[in-house]
Design a protein around this ligand. Structure first.
Ligand SMILES: Nc1nc2c(c(=O)[nH]1)N[C@H]1C(S)=C(S)[C@@H](COP(=O)(O)O)O[C@H]1N2
Ligand SMILES: [Mo]
Length: 252
């Protein structure tokens, strides 16, 4: 589905299901409980707000489904990205030995973590499904450092509310709330299907957020920003997605 048609579909779907008064009341309740997604002010935001508030309230710590080894897709589907940054090509030539993850914002110990250091963090391996909003999916095993462990190492402050993550690829950034950031299945993946993370799949480092749609699993991650004020970051909407009709919250 194209970005435009998806947006029309979202707006149409929401207004078809929920009455205007009901939406307003639910919106007030969500706001009181701090469950408003950053893009709630947009046209399609009301539906996303209801989904986000309902999921956070009802499913809490639930896990994304994990699969058996024999269910791993024979051919994982790489959604080709337009990764044209020169810095990326240079790092790739060095086998990504110089790749760094900058960690900044509301952390006691800001700074850069090398890929080698990330690999020293006890890794989690999980067989999960990547689900693209365009309708395809595949199952693979991802291995990486739990984001919670990286945040703990950096000393994330207790008032932090969001983790923003940036790709080396232009215009790709996104964020998740602390419920997803600290969730055990949210990992900074450096391995896939038993090997290093291939470049097509976002190597050397990609976010994997299996409780949300594929577009939240941003590739080529080189920077984290921990914050309590998402409206001050970038376009203020929590991700680059809303500019193209993608909602910030994409829970599945
Ligand atoms: N940097 C970057 N990350 C990205 C994308 C991209 O184009 N660039 N595409 C997203 C989308 S829309 C999906 S569905 C998944 C696709 O992941 P895959 O290549 O492993 O199938 O990556 C996400 N992460
Ligand atoms: Mo996607």
């Amino acid at each position: 589905m194209s970005r435009i048609s998806r947006r029309k579909w979202l707006v149409g779907g929401v207004s078809g299901v929920v009455g205007v008064a009901g939406v307003a009341a639910a919106g007030d309740a969500a706001r009181r409980h701090g469950l408003m997604p950053p893009d709630a002010g947009l046209r399609f935001g009301t539906g996303a707000a209801l989904t986000y508030a309902a999921q956070r309230t009802l499913t809490g710590e639930s896990r994304a489904r994990e699969f058996r080894r024999e269910q791993i897709s024979a051919k994982p589907f790489a959604n080709p990205s337009q990764m044209k940054e020169e810095a990326y090509a240079r790092s790739r030539e060095k086998g990504f030995a110089d790749w760094q993850l900058q960690v900044e914002g509301m952390v006691a110990r800001p700074g850069a973590i090398s890929l080698a250091e990330l690999k020293e963090i006890p890794a989690r391996s999980q067989i999960t499904q990547l689900v693209c909003e365009e309708g395809w999916s595949y199952i693979a095993e991802w291995t990486g450092a739990p984001l919670a462990a990286v945040l703990e190492q950096a000393g994330a402050l207790p008032d932090a509310r969001y983790v923003v993550y940036y790709s080396m690829e232009k215009d790709w950034w996104d964020s998740i709330d602390m419920a997803d950031a600290l969730h055990p299945q949210t990992i900074l993946a450096h391995g896939m299907n038993g090997g290093a993370m291939p470049a097509e799949f976002g190597g050397p480092l990609r976010m994997r957020v299996p409780r949300q749609l594929g577009y939240k699993s941003v590739k080529f991650i080189n920077r984290l920003l921990v914050t309590d004020r998402i409206e001050k970051v970038g376009n203020g909407l929590g991700s680059s997605g809303p500019d193209y009709g993608y909602s910030w919250y994409a829970g599945i």
